[in-house]
Design a protein around this ligand. Structure first.
Ligand code: NAD
Length: 454
């Protein structure tokens, strides 16, 4: 990844995060390594052929992005709902196999790998079946629906020597890559606290997606959709808004926290689940029979820092990540820089004498001495520079994440977001709900590989 300085260079007398001195602001537009532009077009024999299982909201985005990549071809789609079978055909725009049985895709010798953007209660089964069938698999986030599902996936990927990539795209994002690099260089010092906040304020934001008018047991294979979830009569709501129910999803933690957790684990080079998590939340507004709260704050205990994640589905607020270090703040997103991040340096020093509640003479003497020793001589003040990094306007980390997956399939290079990484982030996501529903601190028992309460 390269970077290009853009011409704007402005100086601000005062800026958030800096006490004293002058702050200079610099802007840098990041340049992506051109995706999928090899020196020569891949030979037909080098083409990766994939099948997709699930062409819903996410699949409807992954599929067009994947088929735009060079040297990649979709040859089959598995869907349980007829209108989405139609959607798959429309997206691909040429004849492909359409089936309701994903095993049909796994049986095909000419399919190299599978994209699996299916609801979370299907993730484990499909990944295990793909590995066993010798197919690499891109499974959506969170990698697991339940804590105990992660280690069998790791074992299967090893046993069958398969690429398993999890679909939170943050590790492929040029922004996270640059932020991680800068933090590893110590640009903001020791990071002791990370905050991530976001809010939504609409039925759609609270997962109340419109129910398709033709949805019925005749157009949807409801029994297969339920899979290993408890048997229930056909429910349009559960199919369309599955994120609301614990039989299929994990609410805020699995849908939204997981992106923050993935970004934080990647940027902070976290290699294990957090030790503990405490959650407060509540269901205040969306009383539609859902299992999950619409407001949730979780505090995580990592060995070298703490992380505080907060989401509300009741007030709109831009998504912000704040990595807070001893030498400043790296703020990603937010109103000021929604498609990038800004580093706001701090020197961590006193800028005035700090001698509270001293008698006046003693205070005056100390103050005089302090200024004599610390004040910058006139003309020697240096500007402290804040730097903003931006992604190009058309930048899309999902395409980059897909490209990384297909490159791993092609070259057998380990995935940028493999099953160990995916499991650590998924465990952290499950800890948030465990703490909320048990009304206790969730503790990750590394030896027993399970969650307990404290
Ligand atoms: N990475 C991201 O930014 C992102 C964004 C949205 C969703 N997701 C993830 O993508 C996954 C899918 O979410 P969605 O919103 O697209 O759900 P969705 O309900 O809109 O689509 C899922 C589709 O999978 C199909 N399906 C379910 N089980 C199947 C099976 N056994 N065989 C074949 N088809 C099956 C359903 O019929 C449905 O059409 C979830 O894990 C979600 O967390 C990720």
């Amino acid at each position: 990844m390269g970077q290009k300085r853009i011409t704007r260079r402005s100086f601000m007398g005062k800026a958030a995060g800096v006490t004293g001195g002058m702050m200079a602001a610099r802007s840098i537009m990041l340049e992506a390594t051109p995706i999928g532009l090899p020196a020569h077009p891949p030979a037909p024999s080098d083409t990766i052929r994939f099948g997709i299982i699930g062409v819903g909201m996410r699949g409807g985005g992954l599929l067009p992005a994947a088929i735009k990549l060079p040297g990649v071809e979709c040859v089959a789609a598995c869907e349980l709902y007829t209108s989405r079978q139609e959607l798959a055909k429309q997206i691909v725009g040429k004849p492909i196999q359409i089936t309701e049985r994903y095993q049909d895709l796994l049986d095909r010798k000419d399919i190299d790998c599978i994209l699996a953007p299916v609801p979370d209660h299907w993730h484990e089964r499909i990944v295990l079946d793909c590995c066993k069938a010798g197919k690499d698999v891109y499974v959506e986030k969170p990698m697991t629906h339940e804590v105990q599902q992660g280690f069998p996936i790791i074992d299967a990927a090893k046993k069958y020597n398969r690429i398993v990539q999890v679909g939170s795209q943050e590790p492929s994002s040029m922004l996270y890559t640059k932020a991680r690099e800068l933090m590893q260089q110590g640009v903001i010092g020791d990071v002791c606290l990370v905050e991530s906040t976001m809010g939504r304020n609409s039925p759609c934001g609270a997962w109340r997606y419109a129910i398709p008018p033709n949805l019925s047991p005749q157009t949807l294979n409801w029994t297969t959709w339920l899979g290993s979830a408890p048997k229930r009569p056909f429910s349009k709501e559960r199919f369309t808004r599955w994120r609301c129910w614990e039989d299929y999803g994990e609410g805020i933690s699995g849908d939204l926290f997981i992106h923050s957790l993935t970004g934080i684990h990647y940027a902070m080079d976290v290699q294990a689940p957090p030790k503990r998590a405490a959650t407060m939340g509540g269901l205040f507004r969306w009383h539609d029979g859902r299992d999950f709260p619409d407001v949730m704050t979780t505090v995580y205990d990592y060995p070298n820092f703490r992380a505080m994640l907060r989401v509300t589905l009741n007030t709109s607020e831009s998504e912000v990540y704040r990595f807070m270090g001893t030498h400043g703040i790296l703020e990603m997103g937010g109103i000021e820089n929604p498609r990038g991040f800004t580093i706001m340096p701090q020197d961590g020093k006193n800028h005035n004498p700090c001698a509270p509640a001293w008698p006046s003479e003693m205070e005056a003497a100390y103050s005089k001495k302090w200024h004599a020793e610390h004040d910058t001589p006139p003309g020697e003040a240096k500007a402290i520079e804040s730097v903003s990094y931006y992604a190009p306007p058309d930048y899309d980390s999902t395409s980059e994440h897909l490209w990384n997956f297909f490159q791993s399939v092609r070259t057998r290079r380990p995935s940028i977001e493999g099953p160990e990484f995916g499991n650590n982030a998924a465990i952290a996501c499950h800890m948030a709900n465990y703490a909320y529903f048990h009304n206790a601190i969730a503790v990750w028992d590394h030896e027993a590989r399970k969650l307990t309460s404290a």
